[in-house]
Write a protein that binds this ligand. Sequence first.
Ligand code: DX5
Ligand code: ZN
Length: 218
Amino acid sequence: MIKIAPSILSADFAKLGSEIQDIDAAGADYVHIDAMDGHFVPNLTIGPLIVEAIRPVTKLPLDVHLMLDNPDQYIAEFAKAGADIISVHVEACTHLHRTIQLIKEQGVKAGVVLNPATPVQSVVPILQDVDLVLQMSVNPGFGGQQFIHSVLGNIRELAAYSKNAGYSFEIEVDGGVNPQTAQACIDAGANVLVAGSAVFGKADRYQAIQELRNAQSE
Ligand code: DX5
Ligand code: ZN
């Protein structure tokens, strides 16, 4: 079953509560929340305060994607605010096992994220410890960018590691996912699709989510 995680980065922030209720009613599986620090990525977005404000609005899992230079410093705060999944970039973690451990100690699921140019090899040592691997399909920082097709090879590689070793981590893909690119992601082995503009940019969110979920190869 393919899960859809709309990214609220493309939502109307003046009415964030009703935007989230709308995607919840439309069948979303996760609420994807992009936290950016202006250092690791060239944009500033959401902190724990907003996560805390969102928490009572929906029962959907809050899937928090940390694009921060020093994630360790904020993990406990995001967990306390109500995150269900916290993912950190391998490129931002000097001591990755320690960071993943820190996330798990908060009682939330732990994910690791790869930028499009980061080799899968860099996360292989942590695959047995994570609940989710998030493969970026754009360079993080902004919604509405073009899907980078070379990441499909990474998704295939991750799916092969999972199958061969019997791991159970989810494979999530983030950036430029729309009904056209979704198909290739699913074929490559992804089971969670993040979509910002392809969901919040459409008036009918139910239809937008259905189109992504049902994208399949001929
Ligand atoms: C990019 C973020 C994404 C972004 C996706 O840095 O991590 O989650 O919101 O937006 P779309 O789907 O519009 O590419
Ligand atoms: Zn994201």
